[in-house]
Write a protein that binds this ligand. Structure first.
Ligand SMILES: [Zn+2]
Length: 381
């Protein structure tokens, strides 16, 4: 993985290169950003740059043995830790990332470093309720590995993808490891949710904030992927909201079916809400509870977007609305129900439901509460 394989993020790449060239390599770094920004790919590209024996022009060479092994996630001095789990495991059985490494390499190669947690959990075939976890045993394994001398590269690295999946015991052990000085050893943590990490872990790592990819860059990327209509490319870039993964779904048309389904569910929720149909709202929640967790999260994101857009329309700012087609038609009619009085509490309900779904809350309970709370707030203003 070279820096040139990473879409956008020019400033950040330059900053990482400068840090290496000036010898200011911090021993513990926390890359923060959603999967679609390329945070994981960047962490790998950074370590590759550091270990490349022939780096030039602000990038690794891509050809030396270190480059090739790191790009394939098969370098003996690059240790990977990520959440794992499997269906039908015995109680008390703790699994290690290494057992799943071939599967992880496969996904990483296929997605060119841009994979979402959900794509990984799907690859592990975890189903709807099981979650990936990083166990305390993983921390013991890390100490064992770090006590060996480095093989080839001058640096060793432990890359922890999604440290928020650690339980408290694991997090405390990792914290102890971060506190110890390990010669020429880097800890690269890549998180989507820094607020779920122990404050002590945050304070012992240097943050590398990975921003959303700029719309203009995603627009070019959409064009490069065959979207010839500039208006369509621009709309896709806006909808992708800084995420290359989301843009990929939009370009592939994968999101179209799901978007339509989410839009219909949103319209239903709002119609039932302003008509105070409580029984039907509970039916709506039960239907949504059956969807895959990824789609539930996408539905909540779409709902937040459509509510904000409706609010813009109500506020008389149609020129900054990104809607078109049937979304525009519905939201124009629905706009009188969303105003300064309720927009913030509505968004807060969505954020709360999204956090609970992320933390594996029971979806029937989460969405029933959500639908009833929303219905109380939706009225003609
Ligand atoms: Zn190289």
């Amino acid at each position: 993985m070279q820096f040139k394989d990473i879409v956008g993020q020019t400033e950040l790449k330059e900053r990482l290169v400068r840090a290496v060239e000036s010898g200011r390599v911090s021993h513990a770094q926390l890359f923060t950003g959603s999967a679609g920004t390329g945070a994981l790919a960047l962490a790998v590209a950074y370590f590759q740059y550091l270990c490349c024996t022939n780096r030039h022009d602000g990038d690794s060479c891509g050809h030396c043995p270190n480059c090739q092994q790191i790009a394939a996630l098969a370098h003996p001095d690059l240790h990977l830790v990520f959440p794992v789990n499997k269906q039908g495991k015995k109680s008390g059985e703790a699994m290690l990332s290494d057992e799943f490494l071939p599967l992880f390499r496969e996904l990483f190669a296929e997605k060119q470093g841009y994979c979402s947690p959900q794509e990984w959990f799907d690859r592990l075939d975890l189903g709807k309720t099981l979650k990936g976890m990083i166990s305390a045993r993983e921390a013991d394994e890390m100490i064992r590995k770090l006590s060996f001398k480095s093989f080839e590269a001058s640096y060793k690295a432990v890359l922890i993808w999604l440290p928020e999946a650690m339980n408290e015991e694991a997090a405390n052990k990792i914290l102890k490891i971060l506190e110890e000085p390990w010669e020429k050893t880097l800890f690269l943590l890549v998180t989507e949710q820094p607020t779920r990490l122990l404050p002590t872990i945050l304070s012992r790592t240097q943050e590398v904030a990975v921003p959303r990819i700029e719309p203009a860059i995603l627009e070019r990327e959409a064009a490069a992927r065959g979207i010839t209509d500039p208006v369509q490319a621009r709309n896709m870039a806006r909808l992708a909201d800084g995420s290359l993964i989301e843009l990929g779904h939009l370009v592939a048309g994968e999101s179209d079916g799901q978007r339509k389904e989410n839009f219909d569910l949103f319209c239903q929720l709002m119609r039932l809400s302003y008509n105070d149909k409580h029984l039907e709202l509970i039916g709506w929640a039960e239907e949504v509870a059956q969807l895959a967790r990824e789609q539930q999260r996408a539905l909540l994101s779409d709902a937040a977007r459509l509510l904000r857009e409706s609010f813009m329309l109500h506020a008389g700012l149609p020129e900054i609305s990104y809607l078109w087609g049937e979304e525009l038609a519905f939201c124009s009619k629905f706009a009188p129900f969303v105003g300064v009085e309720n927009i913030e509490p509505l968004i807060a309900e969505i954020e709360s439901a999204r956090a609970q779904i992320y933390q594996n809350g029971n979806p029937t309970i989460v969405f029933t509460h959500f639908a009833l709370a929303v219905s109380k707030m939706i009225k003609h203003l």
